[in-house]
Ligand binder design. Structure first.
Ligand SMILES: NC(=O)c1ccc[n+]([C@@H]2O[C@H](COP(=O)([O-])OP(=O)(O)OC[C@H]3O[C@@H](n4cnc5c(N)ncnc54)[C@H](O)[C@@H]3O)[C@@H](O)[C@H]2O)c1
Length: 361
């Protein structure tokens, strides 16, 4: 049995080969860079040459904390640094597209934040500009690379649960939005900033749905303007379905963040440890019950790493592999237009109260 788990573990491994590693500069020194990007890059053996943030005091503080030697006074200064091969953008989303275009024009490969762009047309422009310059763009949709999700996807691909029929995420947590004034003020919140991870992870296992239905709502007394509770149903050809139920106003402290994939020959179920104690978290759990192996009931899989910071090495590693070997990163800008198209359909459904078809990205 242990031998059977080895290829699953290999598929979830995020080691970045030394020959792929290139110098990185980071734009934005906010909380995600501090708690996830810089720790993940250091653990992966990557060199961060320098960083830039409009808030210079914050930039110096974060650089000092993580041993990053250089703080650039401007984006132009960062882009003029010839040592920098890859620019990792981690700013509030409206600021991202102009930074992405400037970095591509300076000849840098890109790792963009999710959401990749405010709309598909803007994302398409970044993808097309990169293609015309022969540069690679990846999007930091790192839940796909989280060990529990990646191992579950590998089990599905190995046929352990037969034909997958359903994938679900059930998340009931308390999110303190007050640390992000731009998130508190946004009209579209839960799907575009949080469930986007689950939706992208579902796409990595099941592909794109044909039709969706989504309802979003608020909880009396909540701080944020936008929706904090969403239920999204994804309808695929035949009998395949997916469901994301996510709420951020759990008032009782009994956090839950679970996922499950059912199939014709078994099922996989797990938890996202990060969301039980954000941002510290705990490792995911994962179990599989299979008639094809077979297992004797639920077999635990030993997950040893976390969504944050560990999975952040995934999109960067995939980008560096594409730069080194050709091809596209797994979460390429081009692929992410599909995630944006899914978001577009879900918000159309939320606003109309009716199911919506996906429009081609
Ligand atoms: N798991 C994840 O993938 C994950 C988690 C959290 C946040 N995010 C994303 O990361 C991005 C940043 O989130 P955060 O939590 O770090 O936000 P934050 O508000 O803590 O930090 C954003 C930083 O960007 C800086 N900034 C804004 N505009 C800039 C510009 N034009 N040039 C340089 N610096 C600029 C700000 O000064 C601030 O320090 C967002 O797009 C968010 O959606 C992703």
């Amino acid at each position: 049995m242990l031998d059977l788990l080895a290829p699953i573990a290999a598929a979830a491994d995020l080691t970045i080969p030394a020959e792929h590693r290139l110098p990185i500069a980071v734009v934005g020194a906010g909380s995600i860079v501090d708690v996830a990007h810089l720790p993940a890059y250091r653990a992966a053996g990557l060199e961060v040459v320098g960083l830039h943030d409009l808030d210079e005091r914050r930039a110096h503080e974060v650089a000092a904390r993580h041993g990053v030697e250089r703080v650039y006074g401007s984006l132009e200064e960062l882009l003029a640094d010839e040592r920098v091969a890859v620019v990792d953008i981690a700013v509030a989303p409206q600021a991202q597209p102009p930074i992405a275009s400037a970095a591509l024009s300076a000849g840098k490969h890109l790792l963009c934040q999710k959401p990749f762009a405010p709309d598909i047309a803007t994302g398409r422009k970044v993808v097309d500009l990169a293609a015309s310059l022969g540069l690679k763009v990846a999007v930091n949709q790192q839940l796909r690379f989280d060990e529990g999700i990646a191992a579950a996807r590998a089990m599905v691909r190995a046929g352990w649960i037969g034909e997958p029929t359903t994938m679900t995420f059930t998340v009931n947590i308390a999110t303190d939005w007050s640390a992000w004034d731009w998130l508190v003020a946004t009209e579209r919140l839960e799907i575009v900033y949080h469930s986007i991870h689950y939706l992208d992870a579902i796409r990595s296992v099941l592909g794109d749905p044909v039709t969706v239905f989504c309802t979003g709502s608020r909880t009396p007394g909540q701080l944020a303007i936008g929706e904090t509770r969403t239920m999204s149903t994804l309808i695929y050809p035949g009998d395949v379905r997916a469901l994301v139920h996510s709420t951020h106003e759990n008032r009782t402290g009994d956090h839950e963040a679970a996922f499950r994939i059912d199939g014709t020959e078994g099922a996989i179920k797990g938890t996202l440890g990060l969301l039980y104690d954000y941002p510290h978290g705990r490792p995911d759990t994962l179990q599989v019950s299979s008639r094809t192996l077979p297992t004797d009931g639920w077999l635990p899989y030993p997950v040893t790493t976390r969504w944050l910071p560990d999975a952040v090495a995934g999109p960067m590693g995939s980008l560096l592999a594409a730069i080194a070997g050709g091809g596209e990163p797994e979460t390429s800008g081009s692929d992410n237009l599909g995630t944006l198209a899914l978001l577009d359909a879900l918000y159309r459904s939320m606003e109309t109260g009716e199911s919506q078809g996906l429009r081609p990205a």
